[in-house]
Design a protein around this ligand. Structure first.
Ligand SMILES: [Zn+2]
Length: 445
């Protein structure tokens, strides 16, 4: 007999399962056994079948899988409100040189930890339960992923972490970056934490470092997480130095493949899309970041049509995945000149694409409410005022669901947000701890 103390029945509510049939259950319930989902069905039937299991009263709310962020940077948080020390950037290269490549050097271990706490809190508050992060702190490389992992443990988040390898700070730091990935990948093999092997972008990683990174990643069976063709610089650099486009270079160097995430892919062509599709590489789309940096518009819908696996991330611009999906959809409606384009496609990318990505990383279903899946669940104060079905869910997301409705968040079977409040973490206290650290980061910047 199952241990009843490990079980919990959540319901009744509108259960959005995101299973293969897109099942939506009115008066639904979800039965948890520890950190996995055991059964999904009508609340009444589950209650009758399991009379002794404690109930988490969902009060008729919407019950759905937690959101997944496919590409983020915790470390960018201390840039909020910070004055630059150079003239305002006019190009994407200048954004990197005048902001991000100065900020990351100003981070120490405490700043790394607190940035992950702040980003993680914002993520949980908006119903995001899994974050795939891409980290850089060139003056605090060794152990930096452990500091992020500490924050993930404190918050109870699921996370896939990695350290950005690059040649832009010299050979020694490139080597240290490789070592940090290797060290963390060897550690993060179970539970809520996993790793990928991070590279900054083709234009800052030369052949020697790339070969060393590939060898290290292959020995661990790890996929990569890399920026690709975000601005026009990446492709131009690759053509000048390697005589080929950036996607082609990454493919030839063995970086692309089914376990690799490339972020952005704004400046790519049809041939590149074919290479990404054939290699099974996931492209992650960050609409706010692309628009904010004025780098252009990623043809994500065309990529999906060509068979490229696509996902949605935030680049640290926001932690709110509902907002991100909405923005991706209206960006594509706007750019294609076709009203309504993108709503269904981006809901699909966010809910299905990101779930496929996370499920592959964790080796079990993540991002759906099906038996055996990770118990990563959110309850929203969203009571559908028009009929809600699997088929029209994207329009409820686009026009109805919002982060302020996130009432309860469960990650890995543990309640981490209850009645809009974080459990075991004092948000005000974390912000108060961050303030002097932010001042010190600004000072060093
Ligand atoms: Zn990024």
């Amino acid at each position: 007999m199952a241990n009843e103390t490990q079980r919990k029945l959540i319901g009744p509510g509108t259960v959005v399962t995101l299973d293969e049939e897109d099942t939506v259950l009115q008066d639904g319930g979800v039965l948890l056994q520890g950190n996995r989902i055991e059964e999904v069905g009508t609340f009444t039937a589950l209650r009758e079948k399991h009379p002794d299991v404690p109930t988490l009263d969902a009060g008729g709310r919407t019950i759905m899988p937690g959101f997944i962020n496919a590409h983020a940077h915790f470390y960018g948080i201390f840039a909020r409100g910070m004055a630059l020390k150079d003239a305002p950037p006019q190009t994407f290269a200048q954004v990197l040189e005048r902001l991000w490549w100065r900020l990351d050097k100003a981070l120490d271990a405490d700043a790394v930890y607190l940035s992950a706490m702040l980003g993680g809190i914002a993520a949980l508050r908006s119903g995001c339960t899994t974050i795939i992060d891409h980290h850089a702190s060139p003056n605090a490389i060794a152990g930096s992923l452990d500091r992020i992992a500490d924050a993930m443990d404190a918050l109870g988040l699921r996370a896939c972490l990695c350290y950005e390898v690059t040649d832009r700070d010299g050979e020694e730091r490139a080597r240290a970056g490789i070592e940090e990935n290797v060290r963390f990948l060897e550690r993060a093999r179970d539970g809520r934490l996993r790793g990928k092997f991070c590279l900054h972008a083709s234009f800052t990683v030369g052949d020697k470092t790339l070969a060393a990174a590939r060898e290290a990643a292959q020995s661990l069976g790890a996929g990569f997480h890399i920026h690709c063709a975000e601005g026009p610089e990446d492709g131009a650099h690759s053509r000048v130095h390697y005589g080929k486009g950036v996607v082609e270079r990454l493919l030839d160097e063995g970086i692309l493949g089914p376990d690799t995430i490339v972020a952005h892919a704004v400046h790519i062509d049809e041939k590149d899309m074919g290479l990404l599709a054939e290699s099974g590489t996931t492209v992650s789309h960050q609409p706010h970041s692309n628009m904010g940096n004025a780098v252009g518009w990623a043809r994500i819908l065309r990529m999906a049509e060509r068979g490229v696996p696509v996902a949605v991330g935030t680049d640290g611009y926001t932690w709110d995945m509902l907002e991100t999906m909405r923005t991706a959809a209206v960006l594509h409606s706007h750019m294609t000149g076709q009203p309504g384009t993108g709503v269904g496609e981006f809901a699909n990318a966010l809910l299905r694409g990101n779930a496929r990505l996370a499920s592959a990383i964790w080796g079990m279903p993540v991002g759906s409410l099906v038996p055996g899946a990770a118990a990563d669940i959110i309850l929203l104060d969203y009571y559908p005022p028009t009929p809600l079905s699997g088929g029209n869910l994207p329009w409820h997301i686009q026009f109805g669901m919002a982060a302020h409705q996130v009432h309860t968040v469960i990650v890995d079977g543990r309640i981490v947000v209850d009645d809009h409040r974080l459990q075991g973490v004092d948000e005000k206290e974390v912000a108060a701890q961050a303030l002097p650290v932010a001042l010190a980061v600004w000072e060093r910047f």
